[in-house]
Design a protein around this ligand. Structure first.
Ligand SMILES: [Zn+2]
Length: 174
């Protein structure tokens, strides 16, 4: 009797942190991506994390020429960072580097696993007039219609904030 009451207490205590843990971070949810925006001096750093399903419609190693072409086209599109992401025009930002990481971008993509795969993108811009850098328009929805939502975290000169973008709301401000 005493033992079972103790177990209940433990269970209740263990449940308490759950609402904190159950946030969107770390989840692989088709239709949703995560974007971290960091403004550091004259540098704008964007970290994108998305299920590949949002970009090409599948997450397994490409089996057909059409699927291989889809992967290449997706990567080429994302490397045109200046067309995908539009920082405040007055800030005069230009792309410094783009790095894409995904199992499907490897020369011989691994098969197996749990059948799910992500793409991580790192996009760095440098801005001539960083004081005017106040927002970012995200054009991913137009290029990748399977993407329906982006959870954005901003670390800007005035602190941290969060936003949720959609095809109807493509701009995040800080
Ligand atoms: Zn998946």
């Amino acid at each position: 009797m005493k033992k079972s009451r103790f177990s209940c207490l433990l269970a209740a205590a263990c449940l308490l942190p759950l609402p904190v843990l159950a946030g969107p971070s770390g989840a692989h949810v088709h239709g949703t991506a995560r974007l971290q925006v960091a403004v550091d001096g004259d540098t704008l750093n964007l970290q994108l994390e998305t299920p590949l399903a949002n970009l090409v419609g599948f997450e397994h190693a490409p089996r057909t020429d059409q699927q291989k072409r889809a992967i290449r086209a997706m990567a080429e599109r994302l490397r045109q960072a200046g067309e995908i992401f539009t920082p405040s025009p007055a800030a005069r930002c230009t792309t410094v580097s783009v790095e894409l990481e995904s199992p499907l971008l490897q020369p011989s993509p691994p098969s197996g696993g749990d059948g799910h795969a992500d793409l991580d993108g790192s996009f760095v811009f440098r801005c001539e007039n960083a004081a005017a850098l106040r927002d970012l328009e995200v054009g991913l929805f137009a290029s990748f219609p399977k993407l329906r939502r982006i959870d954005v975290q901003v670390a800007g000169p005035r602190g941290q904030s969060a936003a949720r973008l959609s095809p109807q709301q493509r701009r995040v401000s800080w």
